[in-house]
Write a protein that binds this ligand. Structure first.
Ligand code: NAP
Length: 301
């Protein structure tokens, strides 16, 4: 079973590991098959799911909602996370945008959250994130949208994704409640957040980051350049009794003192079940740094 973890002092309680639904449309599941998958990961304790308005060309939330419609009571067992703020050029049934852009205007945020509610077949989101920092973001405007969504009960908590500490602070300075997370890319093959102050800010504020693409979106397994990393992960796996190198990667991410919540990107329940075993794996300091070095190709200075 997965542990439960509070995202922030005033934040929601989530499952320690999360299922991400970015790739849902690639899984080719019928609503019934998807319902089975959701029930299976909830049974394992993975109750938190990560979405965004744009996932699957704006189709993922609706597909998820179609599955939930088959068993509406399941909503009570889930924490639903969604995001808004990216406008893509590919929007089915819509003329689309001539150029992809970010959009954090008040009305857009409110409308996007309301669309998410409708598509996901629910009347509230547990958490809404601004998907990416918008150079044209007016923090007062975003704050107005968040406060309106909070007051109406449509969204319970708010956060950001891919924000720098300064961008986080700016938005926080305009809000009457605390942002509860920054969802960022964290993996051995993508380590900037570990050193650029992003995770330090989370630790300082006692909020937990959510970690996306811990396995590099699958590149960890395929790219020739990561062979030295795979070799080291395998050695560490043997030392700590892990069954797979991805279990070691999840343990490496969770070893960070800000306690990131890994988002699992697979639609295969066996991979979800296997990932959860990482909770019981303990990496010592040297093993953690060996993986760091194997990924970066150089030692600590
Ligand atoms: P990931 O876990 O790094 O990558 C998942 C991919 O790795 C899937 O294609 C999966 O294939 C493959 N994979 C997993 N185990 C494998 C194995 N043993 N061998 C070969 N391939 C394997 O995560 P991600 O999908 O990139 O991202 C996870 C979630 O993070 C997303 O669903 C989304 O919710 C979130 N996200 C957020 C942002 C953001 O900007 N906030 C950006 C990207 C993603 P199978 O499907 O075959 O298992």
């Amino acid at each position: 079973m997965v542990e439960r973890i509070r995202l922030a002092p005033q934040g929601p309680e989530f499952s320690r590991m999360i299922c991400g639904y970015w790739r849902l449309m690639e899984w080719g599941m019928s609503p019934q098959q998807l319902l089975t998958f959701i029930e299976q990961h909830v049974e394992l304790g993975v109750t938190t799911v990560d979405h965004a308005d744009i996932y699957g060309g704006y189709a993922c939330e609706q597909a998820f909602g179609d599955a939930l419609r088959l068993k509406p009571a399941l909503r009570q067992s889930l924490e639903l996370v969604s995001k808004c703020g990216i406008a893509t050029t590919a929007k089915p049934g819509n003329p689309g945008n001539p150029i992809g852009h970010y959009i954090t205007d008040r009305d857009h945020i409110v409308q996007s959250a309301e669309h998410s509610l409708r598509y996901l077949h629910t009347d509230y989101l547990d958490l809404l994130l601004i998907h990416r920092p918008d150079p044209l973001m007016d923090a007062d405007d975003v704050a107005e949208a968040f406060v309106a969504l909070h007051k109406s009960g449509k969204v319970r908590h708010f956060g950001v994704s891919n924000f720098t500490p300064a961008q986080f602070q700016l938005l926080q300075s305009r809000l009457p409640f605390s942002l509860v997370t920054n969802q960022v890319e964290i993996s051995p093959i993508h380590q900037p957040a570990i050193l650029d102050g992003t995770l330090d800010q989370c630790q300082q504020l006692r909020i937990k980051p959510m970690a996306w693409s811990c396995l590099g979106g699958g590149r960890l397994f395929n790219d020739a350049e990561f062979q030295p990393l795979r070799d080291e992960l395998l050695r560490v796996a043997q030392e700590i009794g892990a069954e797979t190198i991805e279990q070691v990667v999840y343990a490496w991410v969770m070893r960070l003192p800000s306690s990131p919540l890994p988002i699992i990107g697979s639609g295969k329940i066996e991979r979800v079940r296997s990932a959860l075993k990482a909770q019981k794996l303990a990496l010592n300091r040297q093993q953690w740094f060996r993986i760091r070095k194997a990924a970066l190709g150089y030692d600590v200075p």
